[in-house]
Design a protein around this ligand. Structure first.
Ligand code: NAP
Length: 296
């Protein structure tokens, strides 16, 4: 059984990016700059953004962390995004989600210049992805593709099952796995909340590649896994645990111990897709630096 170790795969991606940034510096050029906007002080969002900024530093990118308290108004956020859009030294902009309820996520995402949308959430970029055009692929599905590529997991002609249909993970993942490219060409079934449990079990049982992104700890059990399947567990949930130092443990959507006995390959949580998401984000930031592909 192969552990799809995000540390190893993301280190390979980051090493290439570091080399590119070192060459830029050696040539006296500026390096790509990622601006991250963080609203409020939710523990999980803080951790994710801190990790993105730290990875930028380690890989030779410039980064700025822009903080707002959770009382920030939508128009304040929009005017910051406008300022970042117009700043030629900022290549990538990300807004850490979720935002407070009084702010319309979609309005904020649509305000980001599609050329700087390194999370790949802008409808323009999603549309381009659906059509197989050059674009910023949403960072998490992109990270999964990079993981499949690194470990040489074949996808062509396989049955890929994606559980979860969010705009940032499940739905783009299902489109990408079915698209024409080296980590695509699978036939894909997408399941969601309205997939009856009995049907879900039958479908998952047929998966050669299973991607789970529902946010329910240990939702997928070993008895519905096809022997030899490749398991990509996107889920990250903080489960309270008094015995843990931080008071919680991170759990994936798959029962790792059991499922790893049946699968041929599996991503650990933590240490799997989360690290690849950052690799995807950094690759997108380099892409944004290198040139705008879309012009108004
Ligand atoms: P989300 O927006 O809450 O979407 C969850 C999806 O799961 C929805 O499409 C929902 O269906 C579906 N679902 C819920 N209950 C289900 C059930 N009983 N059976 C089948 N489908 C069900 O979450 P998300 O943003 O996609 O994130 C999913 C998980 O991935 C979370 O744990 C999140 O923390 C994690 N995540 C990890 C990374 C990473 O870098 N590793 C990145 C992003 C997210 P409906 O659409 O019908 O409601």
């Amino acid at each position: 059984m192969l552990i799809l170790d995000g540390k190893i795969a993301s280190a390979a991606v980051k090493a290439e990016l570091l080399k590119e940034n070192q060459s830029l510096k050696a040539a006296g050029k500026r390096t790509p700059h990622l601006a991250a906007i963080l609203v409020g002080n939710s523990g999980a969002s803080e951790t994710y953004v801190a990790s993105k900024v730290k990875n930028c530093e380690e890989t030779g990118f410039d980064s700025s962390l822009i903080r707002f308290d959770d009382q920030v108004t939508e128009s304040e956020l929009l005017s910051k995004i406008k300022e970042l859009n117009l700043n030629p030294t900022i290549d990538g902009i990300l807004v850490q989600l979720p935002l407070p309820k009084h702010i319309d996520d979609e309005k904020i995402i649509e305000a980001i210049d599609p050329n700087k949308d390194v999370d790949g959430f802008h409808p323009m970029n999603i549309g381009r992805m659906v059509q197989g055009l050059d674009t910023f692929i949403p960072a998490t599905p992109y990270g999964v593709l990079l993981m499949l590529e690194y470990f040489n997991i074949p996808t062509k002609g396989k049955h890929a099952v994606v559980v979860g249909r969010s705009n940032i993970v499940g739905r783009p993942m299902s489109i990408l796995l079915s698209s024409e490219h080296p980590q695509g060409n699978a036939h894909v079934t997408l399941c969601h909340r309205h997939t009856p449990k009995a049907a879900l079990d039958l479908i998952v049982k047929q998966a050669d590649i299973l991607v789970v992104a529902v946010g329910i700890p240990e939702f997928i059990k070993a008895d519905i896994i096809k022997p030899g399947a490749v398991i990509i567990d996107v889920g990250i949930t903080r489960v309270p645990d008094e015995t843990a130092k931080k008071g919680f443990r991170i759990k994936g959507d798959v029962t790792y111990e059991e499922v790893s006995k049946v699968a041929s390959a599996i991503t650990p949580v933590p240490g799997g897709v989360g690290l690849m998401t950052i690799a995807g984000l950094l690759k997108n930031t380099m892409k944004a630096y290198k040139g705008h592909y879309y012009h108004n």
